[in-house]
Structure formats: structure tokens, C-alpha cells
Design a protein around this ligand. Structure first.
Ligand code: MN
Ligand code: MN
Length: 491
């Protein structure tokens, strides 16, 4: 097969058959072909290549729903002198290379503006850049809201934004108090919108930070001491309590610790309206990886912080059993070495961890890491791999079954996953614009052979042919039923 595109658009009226692969969804696997017409999946079955104008050979491969990354920060400005290394163009290109076809990014409320208008302004800002589809979490800052919460939330629903991100951390910048959290949660419950939460106790973190700085402990290796596990556990439990009182659905992002995962597991034993996300950096990196090296520590600064290795087994178990539902990257790449005006070097954090922008990269590596160390290592079934890289995010964030599965009528967002290639992750070969790779040198197995987004072949034979601006904002919020209960025996 040739990867060349036919005419100006390779979607349109073209029909494509994906043949000979093992089709894997969260619900099960079967050997069959898959037929795409235009932007949608139109058939699953035998010998479908006869009905197609072209076919893609998937023999020896898994055919899976395109990855959905529920948590990215692209084209994101922090303060006056830091911006993420990836804009929507380079970031969504890196995502596509890694098998991700949808990202949920953030639209921060601009002061004086409504949540909905801030989302539309953000869409306008990035409309010419995205290579794959995207959605936004409307994001509150410490300024709160000018308008009535019910009207603000209803306006979000009307424009198809299905989630609101709040912070229980970063007092003065992002943190809101429990009064506003509760008001928003009640409004969200009424509109069937989900609340996403950065769950750390902001006062506790601020107090710990001040103490460390007073003691002269400002080096990067002290960043994690400023974010104790207890701060995460407390904020998770508090947000769960508030959400239960309000009756709203809750999505706890970037769970980093065993105690945080346990709190969510307790909640989910009675209530599937509570769901949690973890991130590759918490599964694959640990404090022990950098010890007392400040040069290494500064590459790892994110919040919540990367913790002791003992947490990793608990997070894997939580993913396997469904106590945690999704793996998002929280991709927030800041250059380590470059010092252009908007890309102040992370090395500024060598003097003061509290001044370095928080975040680590990983938008491209998510599926390969989870396939290698989840599926091939026997920690996750293939179906669960699909679930936590795609399906659960689609269900929780309200874009299922348009995205997140391989069903008739669903968008043809499809990855033909080749389980054979072995290679080492490296900044020399990754596609993010950032100047380091958090997983430098780590060996992984498997990568996409083909990636399709709404029926268009965008990655083939390690080349990306997607045009910037082809990605669309998708409407979220038509919430699917709460996830089915998972038993502790499910793998
Ligand atoms: Mn966060
Ligand atoms: Mn984040």
C-alpha cells in the first residue's frame, strides 16, 4: 500500500478497509476487517476490502481506537516568561505519531470573560494549528466567576464543553474555595457536566514551600517535599465529599500516590460518578531515579510530584482493577536548555524550585509505554490497555461513542498498532519540540503503523501528512452512562 494521499483530501468519499488485524475494544477482541467511508466507521466483518477503494494491511497488528489524552497543556503560557515548548501544531503532531487522535486541553477563564467565551477565544486562537481533534476543559482561576454559576455552566453546555477544571491548589493564582467549588458542582450536576479537579491542599503546599525556603532548601530536589502525599489525599477526599453533596460527577486528574488511589478506590466501591486519572510520569519515574541530583530533579518537576517508587505498584494495580480509570499525560513541556524570551530555561529552577514552571513532557510516549510495561509485562489486558488509553476517557468526558471505540457510526479514529518494533525513547527521535525526553533511553516495544483521524490517514510509515488546522473542536458533554462496575479480578 502507498501512503501517498489521493487528491487534496484523503477523506471525502474515499472508503478504506483495514484488513487482517485483531480488532480490540475495551469490551473484547476479534479478528475482522473494518470499513471506513468518509469520516466514519461503516462496517466490521469479513472480506471488506472488496467494498473499499483502498486497503491498509493490519496483519500481525492490533486495530484499536485512537488514543484519547484527557490532559494536555499545549500552547500554554505560565506567567510572563514561560510558555510550553509545544504549540498546538507540534504538540498534536507528536500526539499523532504516538497513536493519540484526540486531546483534551484547557481554556483558562480570562478575567472579565465568561467560561464559555474563554473557551471560544481559545478555539479561535488554535483553530489553524491542530492536526487532530480536541476538546477543552473550561478552567477556573482564583478570580472565580463574574457571572452566576448556573448561567455560566449552562452556556458551556450550549457550546459543547462538558467539563470544568478547578484547582484546590495554588492559592492566589488558581485555587478556589469550597464555597465556589460547591456552587459550581451543583450547577454542573444540573447540566450533567463533570468537574475535573487538581487535588492538592494549596495551603498545605504553600506552608511546606515557605518552610523549605526559609531553611534554605530551595534546590530542585526539595520540590517534592513541598507537595506531601497528605496534601493530595486530603484534597481528593474533600473533593469527593463536595461532589457527593452536590451530586455531580468528578474526575480527579493526575493521581500520583498510593494513598490518593486508595481514596478513589474507596469512593468507587459505592459510586462510579467518581473517576481518577494517573500519568506516565507517576508510573515510570520515581524519586529514586534522580536522588540528590538537582540537574536531574529539575527535569522532573511537576505537581503533584513524582514520588517514591513504592507508589508505582499501587498505581498499576489501581489501573488494572479500575480504581483508576484513565492515563493522561499532563503534557506540559518546558525546555531545559533553551533560553529564548518565552522559553526561559528550566535551569532558573536550579536556584529556586518554587520559581520553575511545573510540568513534564510525554504526549507521544503514552501508548508505547503502557503497551510495553502494561500489556507485554502482564499488568494490563489488551482490552484494559484500550480502555485506559481511550475508552474510559471518552465515556467519562462525554464524547463516547463518537470517540473511544470501534463501532458502526463512530468517528474513524483508528490506530493500527504494530507490536513488533523495539526502540529506545529519545529526544533525538521524538516529535515534541521540547529539548529533552523524560524517558531518555528507555526501551519500548510497539508503535503505530497507521493512524487515522476521522477517516483520514494521517500517519503512515513513520510520516505524518496531517495539515495543521484539520483538527476540530469536538462537542463533549452528552455524558454516557457511568462506567460499568469493574471487579477486582478484571485484568
Ligand atoms: Mn494540575
Ligand atoms: Mn495539568
Amino acid at each position: 500500500m502507498s501512503s501517498s494521499r489521493r487528491g487534496p483530501s484523503s477523506s471525502g468519499d474515499e472508503s478504506i478497509a483495514i484488513t487482517g488485524g485483531l480488532v480490540v475494544t475495551a469490551a473484547g477482541s476479534s479478528h475482522c476487517d473494518l470499513l471506513i467511508s468518509g469520516e466514519r466507521i461503516v462496517a466490521l466483518g469479513e472480506n471488506l476490502q472488496r467494498k473499499a477503494s483502498r486497503s491498509l494491511d493490519a496483519r500481525g497488528c492490533y486495530v484499536i481506537p485512537g488514543g484519547i489524552d484527557p490532559h494536555t497543556h499545549l500552547q500554554y503560557r505560565v506567567g510572563a516568561n514561560a510558555e510550553t515548548a509545544d504549540d498546538f501544531r507540534s504538540g498534536t503532531r507528536a500526539a499523532a505519531f504516538g497513536g493519540t487522535t484526540t486531546v483534551f486541553d484547557f481554556a483558562k477563564r480570562a478575567s472579565g470573560s465568561s467560561l464559555a467565551d474563554s473557551c471560544l477565544a481559545r478555539e479561535n486562537e488554535i483553530a489553524d494549528s491542530a492536526l487532530i481533534d480536541y476538546a477543552f476543559h473550561a478552567t477556573l482561576t482564583a478570580d472565580g466567576l463574574d457571572g452566576d454559576p448556573n448561567e455560566e455552566v449552562a452556556a458551556l453546555r450550549d457550546i459543547g464543553v462538558g467539563s470544568i477544571k478547578i484547582f484546590l491548589a495554588y492559592p492566589g493564582r488558581m485555587m478556589i474555595d469550597d464555597f465556589l467549588a460547591l456552587d459550581l458542582m451543583r450547577a454542573a450536576a444540573a447540566e450533567k457536566i463533570i468537574i475535573a479537579v487538581h487535588a492538592e491542599n494549596g495551603h498545605l503546599v504553600q506552608a511546606a514551600t515557605s518552610r523549605l525556603l526559609e531553611q534554605g532548601k530551595s534546590a530542585p530536589r526539595f520540590h517534592s517535599d513541598a507537595h506531601p502525599e497528605e496534601a493530595e489525599e486530603e484534597a481528593i477526599e474533600r473533593s469527593i465529599s463536595l461532589a457527593r453533596v452536590a451530586g455531580c460527577r468528578l474526575y480527579i486528574v493526575h493521581v500520583s500516590s498510593a494513598s490518593g488511589a486508595a481514596a478513589i478506590q474507596r469512593a468507587r466501591s459505592v459510586d462510579y460518578n467518581i473517576a481518577g486519572e494517573t500519568c506516565p510520569q507517576y508510573l515510570f519515574r520515581a524519586l529514586e531515579d534522580y536522588g540528590d541530583s538537582d540537574k536531574e530533579a529539575v527535569r522532573h518537576i511537576c505537581s503533584p510530584p513524582i514520588r517514591q517508587r513504592i507508589n508505582q505498584d499501587h498505581l498499576w494495580t489501581a489501573l488494572r482493577t479500575g480504581a483508576l480509570s484513565t492515563v493522561g499525560t499532563d503534557h506540559a513541556p518546558f525546555h531545559i536548555g533553551k533560553t529564548t524570551p518565552l522559553h526561559q530555561s528550566r535551569r532558573q529552577g536550579l536556584n529556586d524550585f518554587s520559581k520553575t514552571p511545573n510540568g513534564v513532557p510525554g504526549i507521544e510516549e503514552r501508548l508505547s509505554l503502557l503497551f510495553t510495561y502494561g500489556v507485554l509485562a502482564g499488568r494490563l489486558s489488551l482490552e484494559r490497555f484500550v480502555d485506559c488509553t481511550s475508552t474510559s476517557a471518552a465515556r467519562i468526558l462525554g464524547i463516547y461513542p463518537q470517540k473511544g471505540t470501534l463501532a458502526i457510526g463512530s468517528d474513524a479514529d483508528i490506530v493500527v498498532w504494530d507490536p513488533q518494533p523495539r526502540y529506545h525513547l529519545s529526544r533525538e527521535t521524538h516529535h515534541s519540540a521540547v529539548d529533552y525526553n523524560l524517558y531518555e533511553g528507555l526501551e519500548v516495544t510497539g508503535r503505530p503503523r497507521y493512524v487515522l483521524s476521522r477517516g483520514e490517514l494521517i500517519v503512515a510509515d513513520a510520516e505524518c501528512t496531517a495539515s495543521p488546522g484539520r483538527g476540530r473542536r469536538i462537542r463533549a458533554g452528552a455524558l454516557a452512562a457511568a462506567e460499568p462496575p469493574l471487579t477486582s479480578g478484571r485484568t
